[in-house]
Design a protein around this ligand. Structure first.
Ligand SMILES: [Zn+2]
Length: 370
């Protein structure tokens, strides 16, 4: 491949040389007066003309393409593609030194390929041009640029690379407060644990020889939405603090529950003995108050039960009694025995059902118990 190109160029040179000599003669006779009017106002002497013609004729020139970097002539090639190939290899190797994920790369230097007539000795073969540009092998690159005659060119190659960079960032979650007037003030429960989301920001970054120059946001994507943290707060005003009507353990809490395979809403606390049966054990008034209900039987499920109204308007309920020991209108004091534990009404076994009513609503008694 190389020899045919070389010989073709040589033939081209020979064909052109005689014609060029004639053309140059007329140029040099004519041009100096116009190109350098300041330096040579007088008509050029014949000696100068002869000298110029003589130099041109001695320097064998041929048409080709010259590579210039920052104005410095590097070498000439027969084909423009040969120079473009070498420049392409140099650019990709220099870029690869900095990034392996490049969107766009370019020389910062002023690189030009100029079609013109160049002296024969300035012509190089493609692999020679590679060597001049410092391309030693596929993965070896010298940063020294040489010109066609092997001398070092005062040129430093600089490459601008545009890359896309992505960064992940957490999206903080928000905390949502849920207010519940069925719970007393001070009640706090996490309903839902928050979870951070994830976003990805794509940047277009420009590096010159590995040094970051500019960076701009291309896009911001939400990969995962954050999950709100939900916290429930009770808002019911806490007016009374009650003592335990029976010292035992809670067998069923306030709120939703499954009983006999069916969901039901439990509007109080069920309390049983820590061990053994609580049947017949004493039930005490949770606070001072007046008895407003003392029923021997309730068809709604409470069985025998008592309600005591307290000074601030709150009421306490005591249900499923085996015996009621107070009457409506009785004034009781905290700790007074008002009845006996039983299993009357809707009950699966002996226990005390204790309820607290605030502002006409049965609320969770637990926060009210001290
Ligand atoms: Zn109950």
């Amino acid at each position: 491949m190389q020899k045919p190109i070389r010989s073709k160029r040589c033939q081209l040179y020979l064909a052109l040389s005689t014609a060029a000599a004639a053309a140059l003669l007329s140029l040099f006779v004519f041009l100096p007066q116009q190109e350098m009017p300041g330096e040579q106002p007088a008509p050029a002497s014949s000696a100068v003309q002869v000298q110029a013609l003589s130099d041109s004729a001695e320097a064998a020139e041929t048409e080709g393409f010259g590579l210039y970097i920052d104005g410095v002539f590097i070498a000439a090639c027969d084909e423009r593609a040969e120079i473009d190939d070498s420049l392409g290899t140099l650019l990709s190797m220099r870029t690869a030194e900095v990034t392996d994920d490049c969107l766009e790369a370019a020389f910062v230097n002023e690189v030009s390929v100029v079609p013109d007539s160049y002296a024969e000795e300035t012509y190089v073969q493609p692999e020679e041009l590679d060597a001049l540009l410092g391309i030693e092998s596929e993965d070896s690159l010298s940063h020294t640029i040489l010109t066609y005659d092997g001398s070092e060119a005062e040129v430093a190659i600089s490459v601008r690379a545009t890359v896309v960079e992505s960064e992940e960032a957490a999206i903080p979650y928000e905390t949502v407060e849920v207010y519940n007037d069925q719970r007393v003030e001070g009640y706090e429960q996490v309903l839902e644990e928050g979870a951070e989301g994830l976003s990805v920001t794509d940047y277009e970054a420009v590096y010159v020889d590995g040094e970051l120059q500019t960076r701009s946001v291309l896009s911001v994507r939400t990969v995962e939405e954050p999950v709100d943290r939900q916290v429930e707060y009770g808002t019911a005003v806490k007016t009374s603090v009650f003592s335990w009507p029976y010292q035992g353990r809670i067998s069923s809490y306030f709120g939703g529950r499954t009983l006999g395979g069916e969901y039901n809403y439990h509007n109080g606390l069920d309390i049983v003995a820590y061990s053994g049966s609580c049947y017949g054990d004493s039930i005490k008034a949770a606070s001072d108050g007046v008895v407003t209900v003392a029923r021997y039987y309730d068809a709604g499920g409470y069985g025998k039960y008592v309600v005591i109204r307290h000074a601030d308007g709150t009421e306490t309920y005591y249900a499923h009694m085996s015996a009621v020991l107070v009457n409506v209108g009785d004034r009781v004091q905290e700790g007074d025995v008002i009845g006996k534990i039983g299993s009357t009404g809707f009950s699966t076994g002996p226990h005390l059902h204790f309820g607290v009513m605030v502002n006409g609503q049965l609320v969770d008694p637990l926060p009210y118990l001290n």
